[in-house]
Design a protein around this ligand. Structure first.
Ligand code: FES
Ligand SMILES: [Fe+2]
Length: 359
């Protein structure tokens, strides 16, 4: 979108680009995309509390008949629903002789080890200790205090979202050879959008970004009362955003112009809120979960991206009913972007880990 032309909400969400600019003729963004601005935004994100919560995956992927499994920071984790429907989590190693519980079935809320039948109902049993789990309605989280090393929080820092009853949600999961900070740094560089993903984004302008210095971040002095701290945190998060005007390319010259704000509410999450234009109130949450190292000693990180889309348009009720059809499309679109963005994150890690990163 051209910043001189404000977003207009017409009857239809689509706009026709009047004077399309060829890819190579668009305005270079590298001067504005100052490495120090991105680095400082990343540093502030890393200073915010996560309470040691890690995203495991999509709530929808926690099925009735088998656990959702993920190795997080080298620890095998399984997540399932107990007989009461509550999300439970714990180590994915059977306490008897070590069977991989990721391959064990769930029967009536009980995880039954497929080697000798040890049954876990979600409570401590035979040396198996549950881990704190949290279901936010879209994503499943687990708390790993020994991995996070921060003071624990009762619940994860879940971004504000449109009410799920009125939204379409889809979750994409990808894995790259990099660390969570490389994924977060990619998302805190909105300037690459129209250059690196011209098939999805055009006419991108970053209309506001946090200064490289001068904003000290979200943390208050130890001892400040909790309410004041929460208020400061909220204010800092509001301020500490990248505001981007961009058009999503639908086909050819047909685009959907929006204004989006990127913030990092915790060290491993970047949220894009659509604040103007079609889908106002929708969010795209990118969560980075460290998986551990591969057989060459390189770090692997999962990207769990939740799209929670809302719209006031009457046709959106139909879209909601079509969610099972829409989800694969949303995941495919995210997958295409993340093929490139993981290449960016992996490149960043390669350069960092060999002392060649220019930023
Ligand atoms: S290894 Fe699980 S019951 Fe024996
Ligand atoms: Fe990107």
């Amino acid at each position: 979108m051209n910043p001189r032309r404000p977003v207009r909400r017409g009857r239809l969400p689509l706009s026709l680009r009047r004077d399309p600019v060829a890819w190579e003729r668009q305005r270079p963004t590298w001067r504005e995309a100052r490495p120090a601005v991105i680095a400082q935004a990343l540093k502030r994100a890393q200073a915010r509390p996560s309470g040691n919560w890690f995203v495991v995956g999509a709530t929808r992927d926690v099925r009735a008949d088998r656990p959702l499994a993920r190795t997080i920071a080298g620890r095998e984790i399984v997540v399932w629903r107990d007989a009461a429907g509550r999300l439970v989590a714990g180590p994915g190693v059977c306490p008897h002789l070590g069977a991989p519980l990721r391959d064990s079935p769930v029967r009536c809320g009980t995880l039954v080890c497929h080697w000798h039948g040890l049954a876990l109902s979600g409570g401590p049993f035979a040396g198996w200790e549950p881990l704190p789990a949290y279901d936010d309605g879209v994503l499943a989280w687990v708390r790993l205090d020994d991995v996070g090393g921060e003071p624990p929080l009762d619940a994860p820092v879940v971004p504000a979202r449109p009410a799920t009853a009125r939204a379409v949600s889809a979750v994409y999961v990808g894995v790259g050879v990099c660390e969570p900070e490389d994924v977060v740094a990619n998302r805190l560089d909105p300037w690459h959008g129209a250059w690196f993903h011209p098939y999805s984004f055009v006419d991108l302008t970053v209309v506001d970004s946090p200064a490289a210095a001068g904003r000290s971040g979200a943390r208050t002095e130890a001892g400040a009362d909790a309410d004041a701290e929460a208020e400061d945190e909220a204010a800092a998060t509001r301020e500490d955003g990248f505001v981007v005007d961009v058009s999503f390319r639908v086909a050819g010259r047909l685009v959907v112009p929006v204004r989006a704000v990127f913030t990092a509410p915790e060290p491993r999450t970047v949220v894009m809120h659509i604040t103007e234009g079609e889908g106002k109130g929708s969010v795209v949450e990118t969560h980075a979960t460290p998986l551990g190292v591969d057989d060459r000693g390189r770090p692997r990180t999962a990207v769990v991206e939740a799209v929670v889309a809302a719209s006031e348009r009457p046709g959106f009720a139909v879209a909601r009913r079509m969610q099972p059809l829409l989800r694969p499309l949303v995941r495919a679109a995210a997958g295409r972007l993340w093929r490139d963005d993981l290449a960016y994150a992996e490149r960043r890690w390669q350069l960092r880990s060999t002392g060649r990163f220019p930023g």
